[in-house]
Design a protein around this ligand. Structure first.
Ligand SMILES: Cc1cc2nc3c(=O)[nH]c(=O)nc-3n(C[C@H](O)[C@H](O)[C@H](O)COP(=O)(O)OP(=O)(O)OC[C@H]3O[C@@H](n4cnc5c(N)ncnc54)[C@H](O)[C@@H]3O)c2cc1C
Length: 356
């Protein structure tokens, strides 16, 4: 492993990989990405790949605007990755249906429709019958639905493969099976990192270690906690739905190869990354409420991942505290796949402008 570099990125999930690629594309040389295990095998691998800023938004706040901005970067991001690597990340632009299955859901979707149409956002209101005509698999109990044509999905595991392939081609140095234990600070400046395989001296460090970010010693970060999410994978051949279908309690996501993902839970369970009987029961109940047809599908896989969450639920992106040369990109919670392209742009821009 090298012992010096210009920039060390800690963490090889979607966030660390996207930042590494963005830096390399801006012409920054000597970027080293350090990953504790294998690239892209934690939260970014466990995710559903939904890019849905509008579906759950109650107002056009700053977070909403950033999330929409990042979603809208995806078509060019996916096309560029395909060009660079030959890997199709299966960006599916069919859109998302948000179902109202109870009177309370119906009131909520009415409010969402009102503010989003007034804000000039793309959203369509459907009756229960119209929604069923569009996706015949949905429950007869559907009272109405919103269709969000711009809220789309990406195959996040293919995205991780494409990013890993891209950064390798762009010359990023990758050290896997290597844990960054601490940041070395001299005065108010970063001077390197201490890893399980020795020290690397460098003037800039980016912490993109997901839910483990707070364990890195000497990094003045807000606390990041793990929120467990469990997932079930069913097999639907032919596919049950073309849209991502969402309800206030769960979702189903169709993949091109016949997998149908059903999610998820949101649990404070520490770092126990396991699938539980209770979790599976909840996910299946909510998925069956969306589409009773799921009852006949085989379950082919289950897994769990840990979403990185800061106390206010918002991502922590940018220069880190008072330490020169230290940058953070963590706390992406439920939206790390969605926010990856924008995070890559923001961090690489901040680093390049700090070098001028
Ligand atoms: C079930 C589930 C469904 C989700 N669905 C969606 C969705 O539909 N859309 C969406 O946008 N988001 C979704 N998310 C959230 C999304 O997965 C996360 O926000 C995102 O993956 C965070 O990316 P990351 O790179 O920060 O973290 P991770 O992918 O967890 O990567 C962090 C990496 O850092 C490494 N690391 C940690 N500590 C160290 C260290 N000290 N030294 C070296 N390496 C270290 C880890 O090994 C890991 O590889 C979902 C999450 C879950 C769990």
């Amino acid at each position: 492993m090298r012992d010096h570099g210009d920039i060390v990125i800690v963490g090889g999930g979607v966030i660390g990989l996207t930042i590494a690629r963005a830096l390399a594309l801006r012409g920054v040389r000597d970027v080293c990405l350090v990953e504790r295990g294998r690239l892209g095998t934690e939260a970014s691998w466990a995710a559903a790949g939904m890019l849905l800023p509008q579906v759950e938004a109650d107002a056009a706040d700053e977070f909403f605007n950033l999330a929409c901005q990042s979603r809208d970067l995806y078509p060019a991001f996916a096309a560029a990755l395909r060009e660079e690597t030959g890997i199709d990340v299966e960006l599916d632009t069919t859109g998302t249906l948000y179902l109202a299955l109870t009177e309370h859901d119906h009131e909520e979707i009415e409010k969402r429709y009102e503010w989003q149409t007034q804000a000039g956002l793309a959203v369509e209101r459907l009756s229960g019958a119209e929604a069923r005509q569009l996706e015949p698999c949905i429950s007869d109990a559907t009272l109405g639905a919103l269709r969000f044509p711009k809220d789309i999905q990406v195959e996040n595991r293919r995205l991780l493969s494409a990013l890993a392939n891209s950064v390798t081609k762009l010359g990023v140095d990758i050290a896997t099976q290597t844990t960054v234990d601490s940041i070395t600070i001299e005065g108010i400046r970063v001077s390197g990192v201490q890893t399980s395989r020795g020290a690397i001296s460098c003037p800039k460090v980016v912490i993109a270690a997901g839910t483990w970010s707070s364990f890195i010693k000497s990094a003045p970060l807000p606390a990041i906690e793990p929120i467990r999410g469990q997932m079930i994978c069913l097999e639907a051949k032919p596919q049950l739905t073309r849209h991502v279908i969402y309800s206030p309690r769960g979702y189903i996501v169709p993949r091109q190869d016949g997998r149908l993902l059903a999610g998820s839970t949101s649990e404070h369970a520490g770092f126990a990354k396991c699938v539980t009987a209770g979790g599976i029961t909840t996910i299946l109940r909510n998925a069956l409420d969306i589409s009773p047809a799921i009852a006949d599908l085989p379950v082919v896989d289950t897994w769990a991942g840990l979403r990185p969450r800061a106390a206010d639920g918002l991502p922590v992106i940018g220069p880190c505290g008072e330490i020169d040369g230290l940058f953070c990109a963590t706390g992406h919670y439920r939206n790390g796949i969605l926010l990856a392209p924008l995070t890559g742009e923001l961090i690489s821009k901040a680093i390049v402008s700090s070098q001028r």
